[in-house]
Design a protein around this ligand. Structure first.
Ligand SMILES: [Zn+2]
Length: 277
């Protein structure tokens, strides 16, 4: 999205603020044990600790229209987003924002598949409806999809009704293409406000921020992206990259380097577990 570039300055400021906060009081998502791809969401209750069979990751058949959408389970409203994950061992979480994009997302999915790694994709509704097959592939590959609004606006400039529409339409589009409603939400530019936290909780979504921003959207060169992610690697870190919103060929090439390096260094990559269906 071109508008990403318009907000570059603000985005940098907000990203910096998010990083600073992550080092101090950022909320933590607890992950369980040493097993990759097993994460307990703190608000999901005892059932979150129940082992998920692999069959629970399968997509429901897509009918186009089916039973009325189930009312989402309302969550407790947070006052700050989750910025890192906790748990034993060298666990990290990878997140990719602003897609899906037909030019870049498939390459990132290929690399993740090659190393059998699961990630989170925070998608925009307007991209989802044009690339539904990529959401279906994310479901098949075991990735977790989160809501990143419909048009990627700065939510702090919108009224509550507009924010609700941005979030709700996107959750609908995700459900139609991915097979289930998202349980995670990320505000564009990391610009959260009270309405976003409240509406997300009403729609059954936890707010997820990040710890390390690769700032790949500034296209600094793939070497710089690799260095930022490898230098930022640490247990509990949530990494932010982008698979859309501009030329992301550097991001695509960088992950082919840093992912095997981090795996060789003993890191595991985890995603929040889905609720049993
Ligand atoms: Zn974004």
């Amino acid at each position: 999205m071109q508008k990403d570039q318009l907000f570059t300055r603000r985005r940098m400021l907000l990203a910096g603020a998010a990083l600073g906060a992550a080092g101090t009081a950022g909320a933590v998502l607890a992950v369980g044990g040493d097993e990759p791809a097993r994460t307990a969401a703190p608000v999901a209750g005892p059932q979150a600790r129940q082992a998920l069979k692999s069959s629970a990751f399968r997509l429901q058949p897509l009918t186009g229209y089916g039973p009325p959408r189930a009312a989402p389970r309302k969550l407790k409203t947070r006052h700050e987003p989750i910025m890192s994950i906790s748990g034993r061992g060298r666990h990290m979480m990878l997140t990719f924002d602003d897609g899906p994009n037909p030019e870049y997302t498939p390459h990132i999915l290929d690399t993740l598949a090659r190393y059998d790694v699961r990630a989170m994709f925070f998608v925009c509704g307007e991209c989802v409806v044009e690339n539904r097959e990529l959401l279906a592939r994310m479901a098949d590959d075991g990735h977790v999809v989160g809501n990143h609004t419909w048009t990627h606006p700065l939510l702090t400039t919108l009224d509550r009704k507009e924010i609700r529409s941005e979030m709700e339409r996107t959750s609908d589009a995700i459900e139609d293409s991915y097979g289930e409603r998202p349980q995670w939400f990320r505000a564009p530019y990391g610009a959260w406000n009270r309405a976003a936290f409240q509406l997300g909780a009403e729609m059954g979504m936890e707010p997820m921020a990040w710890t390390v921003d690769s700032r790949d959207w500034t296209t600094p060169g793939e070497g710089v992206i690799v260095d930022r992610i490898e230098n930022g690697a640490a247990p509990g870190v949530v990494v932010l990259s982008h698979d859309a919103g501009g030329d992301r060929s550097q991001t695509v090439r960088a992950i082919r380097e840093w992912l095997p390096h981090l795996l060789d260094s003993g890191y595991h990559f985890t995603v929040p577990r889905r609720r049993p269906s």
